[in-house]
Write a protein that binds this ligand. Structure first.
Ligand SMILES: C[S@@+](CC[C@H](N)C(=O)[O-])C[C@H]1O[C@@H](n2cnc3c(N)ncnc32)[C@H](O)[C@@H]1O
Length: 244
């Protein structure tokens, strides 16, 4: 990877060099590179920037933000995902095969479940790790495990879990673009890392190896990955396809 990792002061140099080495890229203090795609380590943490992204803001994961805190506080009102998970007295062991920005994963944790989240992107993995390390609520991550791998490579271990959750990327169009600035940033990251997915194929792999519940999050009007859905839970723009 040739994405520069820019550090903003000497205090951040060591951290920048460590992350850069893990990512297989280089750390630099050349601030002139800031108008091209890059990572940055500053006192605020690790961030990613892409000049072609609609949002002019950098992507930094902030679990302390008001928006996330609000979501955590009202987790019990998230009827759709609770319906998809089903009623159960004890905590579930959930394998989230699409960590992304961990918004759904965080919801599962808030609802008291154990979560292992897989993220194929190295950049997102380090952005998430950095966000978690800055979280003011470390206790929420006590039952959480983040792994930098693909669902396909982890499938042999999946049977230790009760539920697989899969929220793959979908093409960003004009309609969903505005609400999904963050999703666009994920797409930019995958582009930089040259990661191309085939969600239909990934789903087929999950379904052929895992015989318990699989919950797939899809845009509301999209075709399901398989006709053998046991039930669906509909929201306004997305739906959950549940395979038991
Ligand atoms: C739509 S985003 C998920 C958003 C996430 N549910 C959230 O709440 O923030 C999809 C993410 O899953 C990752 N992903 C997609 N397919 C994957 C796979 N087969 N294995 C591991 N990660 C995958 C992508 O890299 C991307 O970060």
């Amino acid at each position: 990877m040739s994405l520069p990792l820019i550090y903003t002061s000497l205090e951040n140099q060591k951290k920048a060099e460590e992350i850069a080495s893990n990512l297989g890229t280089y750390a630099t203090d050349n601030q002139a590179l800031k108008n091209q795609p890059h990572l940055e380590v500053s006192a605020k943490g690790l961030s990613f920037f892409h000049p072609k992204a609609r949002s002019s803001k950098k992507l930094r994961i902030d679990f302390n933000s008001g928006r996330i805190q609000w979501r955590i506080k009202r987790a019990n009102h998230e009827k759709l995902i609770k319906k998809a998970l089903g009623k159960r007295e004890t905590s579930l062991n959930i394998l989230d095969c699409s960590a992304g920005l961990l918004q759904d994963g965080l919801l599962f944790l808030t609802l008291g479940h154990n979560v292992t989240a897989l993220e194929q992107s190295k950049i997102l993995f380090y952005l998430l790790k950095d966000g978690i390390s800055r979280s003011e609520n470390q206790s929420i991550f006590e039952k959480f495990n983040l792994i930098n791998t693909t669902a396909y490579k982890y499938i042999d271990k999946a049977n230790a879990y009760d539920v697989i959750y899969f929220d793959p990327m979908y093409p960003i169009n004009k309609k969903n673009a505005l609400s999904s600035g963050q999703l666009e940033y994920i797409a930019r990251i995958l582009e930089v890392e040259m990661i191309n997915n085939n969600p239909q194929k990934d789903f087929a792999c999950l379904q052929s190896s895992f015989k318990k519940k699989i919950i797939v999050k899809r845009p509301i009007k999209s075709e399901p990955f398989s006709k053998n859905i046991n039930y669906q839970v509909f929201g306004k723009t997305t739906r959950f396809d549940v395979y038991v």
